[in-house]
Design a protein around this ligand. Structure first.
Ligand code: DLZ
Length: 195
């Protein structure tokens, strides 16, 4: 099977803070992607308390959420010691995915990378092209405007089968969420080095 992801580079994520924002559309695909991303973050040493998860209704809302989450983490960093967290500033994470954690961060500081996760299935929406193009452009813009690496975890697929194959739900298939976790750590570490 193709789509095995990039050749892995292992980086130490123990000093990183990583945000994850995911859409709630297509939650059965989102859930394994999120789980895969978090598993790789932790494998690289990112502490649970340094992973903040937020949700939005759909992929369309990802760019604004990533932008505000990052801004909130900067404000919080500037006023460190005044209490609160980036998660608090945006409101608690609520999710219908019972197995997913809510916001849990006791740490402070701006995020070193943010992963945006969504699943757009062409067959289900006439909006597909509009949403996919705008969300891609929006996430790139947020990344370049803020300087924080935004990992593109938005699947744009033609049907359910393709979505499942990219979430590791079909035997022998690869969970792209794992790549996004690794990419977040690599880019977070490199961004610090390039600062
Ligand atoms: C409206 C809509 C449709 C039809 N399909 C999807 C989808 O496949 N994946 C997704 O993440 N979101 C979808 N949405 C919701 C939009 O992203 C957005 O949440 C709403 O239009 C409200 O702004």
């Amino acid at each position: 099977m193709h789509n095995k992801g990039p050749a892995p580079q292992l980086h130490d994520g123990s000093n990183l803070r990583v945000g994850i924002v995911h859409a709630r559309w297509n939650d059965t695909i989102i859930e394994p992607l999120l789980t895969g991303a978090k598993a790789k973050l932790k494998e690289c040493g990112v502490k649970e308390s340094n992973i903040v998860v937020q949700t939005v209704p759909g992929s369309w809302e990802l760019p604004i959420a990533v932008q505000r989450l990052y801004a909130a983490s900067q404000v919080q960093s500037a006023s460190a010691g005044s209490g609160g967290s980036a998660g608090d500033l945006l409101g608690s994470s609520t999710t219908d995915l019972a197995s997913l954690p809510s916001v849990s961060s006791s740490s402070t500081g701006p995020f070193d990378a943010i992963i945006a996760i969504g699943v757009l299935i062409k067959g289900e929406t006439m909006h597909f092209e509009y949403i996919a193009g705008s969300v891609s452009d929006g996430l790139m813009r947020v990344s370049l405007d803020t300087g924080v690496p935004v990992i593109f975890g938005v699947l744009t697929v033609l049907n359910d089968e393709q979505a499942k194959a990219r979430a590791g739900l079909i035997p022998g298939s690869h969970n792209h969420g794992e790549d996004w976790g690794l990419a977040a750590v690599e880019m977070g570490v490199k961004r610090k080095a390039w600062a």
